[in-house]
Design a protein around this ligand. Structure first.
Ligand code: NAP
Length: 308
């Protein structure tokens, strides 16, 4: 487990507030400073004790910090990096939690001075909630946190960050940024787009009333609505910055969908059955890997859902 003397959180929403709570619970930071765009979020973060100090600018928040975590939407990372660059302490580590990695590297790295260590990261944990009140200390427990350090990254800085994130209960892995974006397009980005689409379809239906959709939503649709309630700014940025990988996967998805559509039209029960048998196996391996529960109702009653 590693500890930092001062951690600066830039952006004070779901991920930052969960990190702040986990840092406090496990004594991972000497002090926590924070910055968010709006005065209201900054005040809330202070009121509920997420941070020791809040600052009107990101530049003020990073002063003297040995760890800076960028927790803003992916599209805002570049401007923040440009702002904080002249104010970073020598030898500080800068990381981020953005859901897309290559675009963040392209936007952030050019601004940073040579005497700081940039180690991009992505916790595979979240909920559809946002804002400083939505975080909880156990969000990262037994969840993957992927780091995508670039070639030549300082091994000591990477190891120290790993130890810090493991202190929050996360499982750490390293990956090439492009590969990360492709993997996440399959496991997170496209499923979100499909959920948005399905809820959009239901919204446009005229033969099924709104009240019926809500009343009978437990049979699958409810899970789509949870995902489709995710933050619009965050997800807009994800698709705009992971365009190639998501378009690739969506192309493959459309082909499979047409194939299944044809199987239904041709009443090819064997094809449908063997397809669904294979997908059931994938679900089983996710549960065996400890990344979800097989409790009825996805264990919703027992704990907050962390399946993003
Ligand atoms: P969130 O709850 O919506 O919070 C975003 C925070 O960023 C807010 O405090 C917001 O301030 C601040 N912000 C936005 N634009 C800003 C700007 N230009 N300058 C300064 N502050 C700004 O978001 P989140 O869910 O924590 O997501 C943050 C990052 O984590 C995103 O990059 C996302 O891709 C990544 N991520 C999210 C999840 C998830 O499930 N939510 C999972 C993994 C990774 P105001 O409140 O003042 O607007």
């Amino acid at each position: 487990m590693s500890r930092y003397n001062k951690v600066a959180l830039i952006g004070l929403g779901l991920i930052a507030s969960s990190m702040a709570r986990a840092m406090r619970e496990h004594d991972l930071a000497g002090a926590i400073s924070g910055h968010a765009r709006s005065a209201q979020t900054r005040q809330t973060a202070l009121d509920i004790g997420l941070v020791d100090t809040v600052h009107e600018t990101a530049a003020q928040a990073v002063q003297g910090a040995d760890l800076v975590v960028l927790c803003v939407p992916v599209g805002a990372m570049g401007a923040i990096a440009a702002e904080i660059a002249p104010h970073l302490a020598p030898d500080a580590t800068v990381t981020d939690v953005g859901s897309v990695k290559q675009a963040v590297i392209d936007a952030v790295q050019p601004h940073l001075p040579d005497n700081v260590h940039f180690v991009p990261g992505h916790p595979l944990a979240g909920t559809e909630q946002s804002g400083p009140r939505s975080g909880f200390a156990t969000l990262f427990v037994n969840r993957w946190w992927l780091l995508t350090p670039q070639e030549g990254a300082d091994a000591k800085a990477v190891a120290r960050l790993r130890g810090f994130l493991e202190g929050m209960g996360a499982n750490l892995d390293e990956m090439d940024a492009h590969h990360h974006d492709l993997v996440l397009a399959v496991t997170s980005h496209c499923p979100h787009l499909i959920a948005y689409t399905m809820v959009g379809v239901a919204d446009h239906m005229r033969r099924v009333s709104h009240s019926e959709i809500i009343k009978y939503s437990a049979s699958g649709f409810r899970d789509f609505t949870r995902i489709a309630a995710s933050d619009p700014t965050m997800w807009r940025d994800v698709f705009l910055t992971n365009k190639d990988a998501t378009l690739d996967i969506l192309g493959r998805f459309t082909e499979e969908l047409f194939m299944l559509q044809r199987a239904i039209r041709m009443e090819d029960g064997d094809l449908l059955h063997s397809y669904f048998t294979r997908t059931r196996g994938i679900r089983r391996s996710i549960i065996e890997a400890g990344q979800d529960t097989d409790a009825p109702d996805f264990g919703r009653a027992a704990k907050p859902d962390t399946s993003v």
